[in-house]
Design a protein around this ligand. Structure first.
Ligand SMILES: [Zn+2]
Length: 375
């Protein structure tokens, strides 16, 4: 008791004066804490923001055990934040903001902080790959390709993709080609006739089909594929109000994903998405890209869907606007398509007379296998 602090002495006096047994026990415990079991002086330290007393000579490890301080260990996580190895990144203690060993003897006024182990992401590998044939723009308005390379970043442990970025190395190259595209089918009434006309004309075109119609008419989609047509995604339900790009994010993603699922089941591979009404935004392009889809719009629109539009008018409007790289929007569903059907031979002849060939849209060419960069 010789080295007891002033505060401790007062407590002891109070303990002697106390009559109630309960009060005496409580005060004795407090006194013991202040002077220590071996009669050593106490130190006041701050542990995790709380002011506490420990006996002189207490180590950091001792204080941690005594106050039940246990930093949470962090995980090694993959590129998506999923735990690969749980609890392997140890936490630590800081004394006055500095790392300290467990044997460190505490001094009065020390501040002990518990630091949880931070989750650590798996190492990343980065590859730079030249894209032979170049990439189409996204959103795509014309048949053109930009030369460049892809920077691919993956998790070194899981090989899961973190990001792919395209770095152009030159200006876009417009092809001496035109793509005819047909939206809003498949239609049992018009799609077979449009397919027959395209086959007679030896034209490969692209059909952007509506998911629920493709589900109802799977054989028409299979026929399109068999005849060498490209089949793209035009959403599942074709919602028009509000404009597609303004749909709530989850609904927008669901529309793209559901349409794509129907096409995948039928074996369509180009992974092209045309939003209903051509409604687009950077958010929509990002949502489609996250699902592996490129957004395809158009550069020539004869408005063949307008009621009363005649075949001659459709031909004139297409041929007046078409040039190398044009993507032309037509329709094989959604109403009376007889004018569109009747206009096809003259459209195809007119385009070919300009020395342009007709192509189906394709997925981006696969990146060349030879990587030019390391991790
Ligand atoms: Zn449409």
């Amino acid at each position: 008791m010789r080295r007891v602090s002033v505060a401790g002495a007062i407590v002891i006096v109070a303990a002697v004066a106390a009559v109630a047994a309960v009060a005496a026990v409580a005060v004795t415990l407090l006194a013991r804490e202040l002077v220590g079991g071996g009669g050593r002086a106490s130190l006041t330290v701050t542990v995790a923001g709380r002011s506490v007393h420990v006996v002189e000579g207490t180590t950091l490890a001792g204080a941690a055990a005594r106050f039940g301080l246990q930093p949470r260990a962090g995980d090694v996580v993959d590129v998506n934040g999923q735990a690969l190895r749980a609890g392997v990144v140890a936490g630590s203690f800081l004394v006055d903001g500095r790392p300290a060993s467990p044997e460190t003897r505490l001094r009065s006024g020390d501040r002990i902080t518990v630091v949880d182990g931070h989750d650590r992401r798996e190492p990343l590998v980065r590859r730079v790959v030249r894209v032979t044939g170049g990439m189409a723009n996204n959103p795509q308005f014309t048949v053109s390709h930009t030369p460049g390379e892809q920077v691919i970043v993956k998790g070194a442990l899981t090989h899961e993709l973190l990001s792919v970025q395209f770095r152009p190395s030159g200006p876009a190259r417009v092809e001496q080609a035109v793509a005819l595209t047909f939206d809003d089918g498949p239609s049992p009434q018009y799609t077979p006739r449009i397919l027959a006309a395209l086959t007679r004309l030896r034209v490969r075109a692209t059909f952007f089909v509506i998911g629920y119609l493709a589900e109802a008419n799977p054989d028409l989609v299979r026929q399109e594929l068999r005849l060498g047509m490209a089949v793209g995604n035009h959403s599942y339900n074709h919602p028009e109000v509000p404009p597609f790009a303004q749909l709530p994010p989850q609904l927008l993603t669901d529309e793209i994903a559901l349409g794509e699922q129907v096409l995948s089941r039928l074996g369509a591979r180009p992974h092209l998405f045309r939003p209903p009404g051509g409604s687009t935004s950077p958010r929509l392009v990002a949502a489609a890209a996250a699902l592996g889809q490129r957004v395809v719009l158009w550069s020539v629109d004869p408005a063949d869907w307008r009621p009363g539009r005649r075949a001659k008018e459709i031909v004139k409007r297409v041929l007046a606007a078409v040039r190398p790289g044009s993507i032309v929007i037509l329709h094989d569903g959604g109403g009376d398509r007889s004018a569109t059907l009747a206009a096809l031979p003259a459209i195809v002849r007119g385009i070919r007379r300009r020395g342009l060939h007709l192509v189906a849209l394709t997925a981006n060419p696969r990146a060349a296998q030879g990587a030019t960069g390391g991790p």
